[in-house]
Write a protein that binds this ligand. Structure first.
Ligand code: COA
Length: 233
């Protein structure tokens, strides 16, 4: 995962047909956009960090997290799914502190140990030119990594659920999506457990560094779908 990149290395394609944006949005001071009664910030500062879940502390990444994160990302079973491999520690560190990347990276801490990280890349929705301002910063792409030593315990789903909530409640986003290679079953299982909808199954559209063209998938959930799935408070 690099700043603003999908974990699978794919960029979400702009819809080729018409796009219906049902939310009433207006641009307000500071480049934020207003959706209904909420203001959507362009960064993650509106979230009350850290997020606490049953087992995790989730907080924005800092340069001090480079080494712990690299120790996870450099593992072949992890890097095989990521946009860029992490063979070179110096290059990894250089990219890690790029402002956009650092601003969109969270670390997942369990019992004081960094056990993974997440990407929350807030971005624009596709829009026709005349209304493009209203589609800025209204959605986010999520990505996730868990240390294989901690995998299979539901930690990624636990973290992603809390972050999804923050996207809709704290950031006021209208849509959240995630993408992966189709053979990355644990990753799309998380998307399904989050209640996301499978929106695209693309056949051999994504080139893996092994040289293979692989199938890939994209899942998404809208704010109103997420709210409708929650029990009333
Ligand atoms: C994907 C990843 C984050 C999952 O982390 P995790 O904490 O193990 O995830 P969870 O335990 O919350 O859920 C994983 C789900 O995948 C399932 N799963 C795990 N391995 C599987 C496998 N080999 N085949 C089928 N399902 C599998 C688990 O059973 C679980 O689903 P379930 O609850 O329905 O049983 C972790 O494996 C990882 O970091 N992989 C490498 C990096 C990566 O692929 N990132 C995503 C790039 S798009």
């Amino acid at each position: 995962m690099q700043a603003g990149e999908a974990h699978s290395g794919r960029s979400e394609r702009a819809p080729r047909g018409h796009l219906w944006i049902g939310d009433a949005v207006t641009t307000v001071a500071g480049g934020a956009v207003r959706i209904h009664d909420g203001v959507v910030p362009q960064d993650l500062s509106a979230v009350g960090w850290p997020l606490l879940t049953e087992r995790l502390v989730i907080r924005p990444a800092t340069p001090a997290d480079i080494e712990s994160t690299w120790q996870i990302r450099r593992l072949p079973s992890v890097s095989m799914w990521m946009t860029s491999d992490a063979d070179d520690r110096e290059e990894f560190a250089r990219l890690y502190v790029e402002p956009d990347r650092l601003a969109s990276t969270l670390v997942l801490v369990c019992d004081g140990v960094i056990v993974g990280d997440m990407m929350v890349a807030v971005g624009d929705a596709w829009a026709q030119t005349e209304v493009a301002d209203q589609a800025r910063g209204v959605q986010a792409e999520l990505g996730w990594t868990i240390d294989p030593a901690y995998a299979g315990r539901g930690l990624a789903t636990e973290a992603a659920s809390a972050v999804l909530r923050a996207c809709f409640v704290d950031l006021g986003l209208r849509r959240v999506y995630a993408q992966c290679f189709a053979d990355n079953v644990p990753s799309w299982r998380i998307m399904e457990k989050l209640g996301m909808r499978r929106e695209e199954y693309a056949v051999r559209d994504s080139l893996h560094r092994s040289g293979e063209w692989r199938d890939a998938m994209r899942y998404a959930i809208l704010a109103d779908e997420w709210r409708a799935a929650r029990p009333p408070a």
